[in-house]
Design a binder for this molecule. Sequence first.
Ligand code: GUN
Ligand code: FE
Length: 433
Amino acid sequence: MASKTAICGRLLDFTADPAEVGADASYRYIPNGAIVIEDGKIASIGPATDLPAGMPVDDYGQALIMPGLIDTHIHYPQTRVIASYGAQLLEWLDKYTFVEEQKFADPDHAASVARFFFDELLRNGTTTAAVYCTVHPESVEAFFTESDRLNTLMIAGKVMMDRNAPEALTDTAAQSAADSADLIAKWHGRGRQNYAVTPRFAVTSSEAQLEAAGALLRDNPGVYMQTHLAENHAEIAAVREQFPWSRSYTDIYDRFGLLGPRAIFGHGIHLSDEEIARLSETNSTVAFCPTSNLFIGSGLFDMARLRNGGVKVGLATDVGGGTSFSMLRTAAEAYKVLQLNNQNLPALQAFHMMTRGNAGVLGLADRIGTLEPGSDADITVLNASATPAMAHRMETVDGDLEEELFVLMTLGDDRSTVATYVAGERLYGAGKT
Ligand code: GUN
Ligand code: FE
């Protein structure tokens, strides 16, 4: 019989979207709770007083225990491009990103950055992400090898790009199709790994390559698709010039069959009503990347417009255009971006997005993103009093959960992560027994 272990503390997860059902009906909170874990899954949750005697327990006292955080758009090869000065998108790609990504032709380099990347995700409480690798199949191999070793649930793929990039970073339509097909056969559905067909964006792909991406999706049901869309004005102008027949940026991806329930489009800042309608009709997701949008100067994401238009919205860091691996800091910047558009982001909605919401847009809500028994035991333990300034602020929070969550997202970062569990194994932090 498999052995059971337990994690105790203040349990919080979501059963519905607070934006749809209202705050009170959206979450489940068990102040003195216990999660029982068996075979990497959540076996049960309930009051800690119900635990049978003798079960090994990691007891986190007053810390908050939540589902592992989920990041819907991030670039692992850009961990050393983060905080690169003074450029908007196309120049930033040329000057920094396309230089750094060339190093991933070396499998040893890719493996060492992959290890760093996973350490960084876990110390920020992130347990699942949709990840861009580079054009090199070796970079994907290194990424999934490390993810499989850690048993993290990841979505990732080889960047496809056959034009408008340095020669060392370009493939061809045929080569990218063959490499992607091999990687799908090897990695998609192996353990907890999932493949995403990843044409970088329309600027760097020929029509033949976008056609090949569509064919990969048709041939491999269940595989994801990720790309960038309508992030920056110069990018949009370049796209219009390269695809003169297109009705819009979204229309290009649409013509090649890249929209759909498993498609994740990064940014989507500058979209027409018609584009929003197509993204909604196809049940596609747009990833809101606030730290990136501010840092690269791309613009202010209009979340209300997309959500009211029926588009699924995920929250994402977009490191290294984004400036933090922390989903908490990302939520804090999302709040500020929305403030500038006279919109709001209540703390419960932010934490819903980081957990059940992001799981839902990825079609994974039955596996991750909640503490529901039967789910994978991907769990993060968070402390809203992690720094002196946070503890000082928390002295004025008299047991109000929403206010505590707002302090946690506004002031929190990796220092707030007490521990992170992946499929029931503690991979970060100390177990307090
Ligand atoms: N558009 C195409 N590639 C990229 C990238 O690497 N980062 C961002 N933020 N936008 C992109
Ligand atoms: Fe990106």
